[in-house]
Design a protein around this ligand. Structure first.
Ligand SMILES: [Fe+2]
Length: 411
């Protein structure tokens, strides 16, 4: 159905501060402790009376959804719950959710959860007005009709989906992640409440926090970056460096949870202005092939793509080193940029992120390279990469993993 419009990164003229481009920031954000209590008023402001809550069974089990639904019903709103969302959200569930929404007369969606739940809510909202299969609306600017409004309530600090124009959905036939991308897909309202992140377990906090960092870094080295997105990306990286490991070590550390919510939000805004890039090309190839968690795949993909991009992105990584709080005095730019990459690798180790070699089958390298190259955001990577380049990026990382393993055995 789509004629695959030209990727914005391929249409851009000029570079640096002389570059051209367009960005939208259409989501109204309420942030702070307790802001989810405003949900019924936010729904009513759209004139909606029939609402669908889109979430997953894990969020239901935490008990978070019941009081939210009770508040909506107390306000006189009709509520349907669709709770079939899975990690790496599936096209089949978006289609099923849209059929249910059509039969219920849904006028507004409330996505409650991590990126999977919010992305599913956004995709169902697209299907309700545009019909078809999610793959019909893949790519930039393909939508024919405005989606139904979505209000996003993120329960993890990492996705950025609450403010992003993307909905990333797994095509279960092609085992490929699709990117439905259009500013109209942005949630209309995001209720960003740190209180709902307190119960997130340490491992999920670590993985989603590294997803947030990948949004900062992909936005920073992206071909579609702007001074506005750079400012947000660097602040996201600074907050991430300050607070992620604190939030992982002690989930009840209120300042750390608030800091990570802000890190996630500001890095989500950064990629909403620019785009993600090669880290997500790699992460989505691995995630779609093996159903591994997105944040973990992003954590692994970050140093891989940074090493590859270094010749094009040296200045950006020097600024990133400063954002991380690394003392670069006495370092030349190459050393300072490498220090930022080393920081990310070290952090993955401290957080217990597995090595690439533990997650993939080497016989799949050609397939993974092809999927990474075909990713919608590959044209946004600062250094061009074809299938052979991506294959070499994977091979290089496996070699590093093998060397690390040998060094550990020897010590
Ligand atoms: Fe991501």
């Amino acid at each position: 159905m789509t004629d695959h419009p030209i990727h914005p990164a391929l249409k851009r003229t000029g570079s640096g501060v002389a570059a051209d481009g367009t960005f939208d920031m259409p989501t109204r954000v309420q942030f702070g402790r307790g802001v989810i209590s405003t949900l019924p008023d936010e729904v009513k402001a759209f004139g909606a009376s029939i609402v669908m809550v889109v979430t997953d069974p894990g969020i239901i089990a935490t008990g978070l959804v019941d009081p939210i639904v009770a508040d909506l019903k107390k306000a006189g709103l009709g509520v349907t719950i669709f709770d079939k969302v899975q990690p790496n959200p599936r096209d089949i569930h978006c289609i099923e959710g849209a059929e249910l929404a059509r039969s219920e007369g849904t006028q507004l969606f409330v996505g409650i959860g991590g990126g999977s739940a919010i992305d599913t809510a956004k995709c169902i909202a697209v299907l309700l007005t545009n019909g078809g299969h999610p793959r019909d609306w893949e790519d930039f600017g393909a939508l024919q009709h405005d989606p139904v409004p979505v209000i996003a309530i993120p329960t993890t600090a990492g996705t950025g989906s609450e403010v992003s124009p993307s909905s990333i959905i797994l095509d279960t036939v092609r085992k490929k992640k699709m990117n439905l991308f259009d500013p109209r897909i942005c949630p209309r309202v995001a209720l960003v409440d740190p209180d709902v992140t307190f119960s997130v377990p340490a491992r999920l906090t670590a993985e989603t926090g590294m997803d947030a960092l990948s949004h900062s870094i992909d936005s920073l080295h992206c071909r579609l970056d702007t001074p506005a997105s750079d400012a947000m990306a660097l602040e996201g990286a600074r907050l991430n460096a300050l607070y992620l490991e604190r939030a992982v070590a002690d989930g009840s550390d209120i300042e750390a949870r608030c800091g990570m919510v802000q890190a996630s939000l500001v890095s989500g805004l950064a990629v909403g202005i620019s785009d993600v890039a090669g880290c997500h090309s790699i992460a989505e190839a691995v995630g779609a092939t093996y159903d591994h968690p997105h944040g973990m795949c992003c954590a692994i993909g970050l140093p891989m793509i940074m090493e590859y991009n270094l010749p094009e992105s040296r200045d950006k990584y020097v600024r990133l080193a400063h954002a991380f709080g690394i003392d670069t005095s006495g370092m030349d730019d190459d050393t300072a940029a490498q220090a930022a990459i080393d920081y990310v690798r070290d952090r993955n180790r401290r957080l217990g992120i597995p090595a690439l070699a533990e997650l993939i089958d080497e016989t799949d390298l050609d397939l993974l390279a092809e999927k990474a190259f075909a990713n919608t955001s590959t044209p946004s990577n600062p250094r061009s990469a074809d299938v052979a380049d991506f294959r070499e990026i994977f091979v290089r990382e496996l070699r590093l993993n093998a060397a690390d393993g040998q060094a550990r055995e020897a010590s």
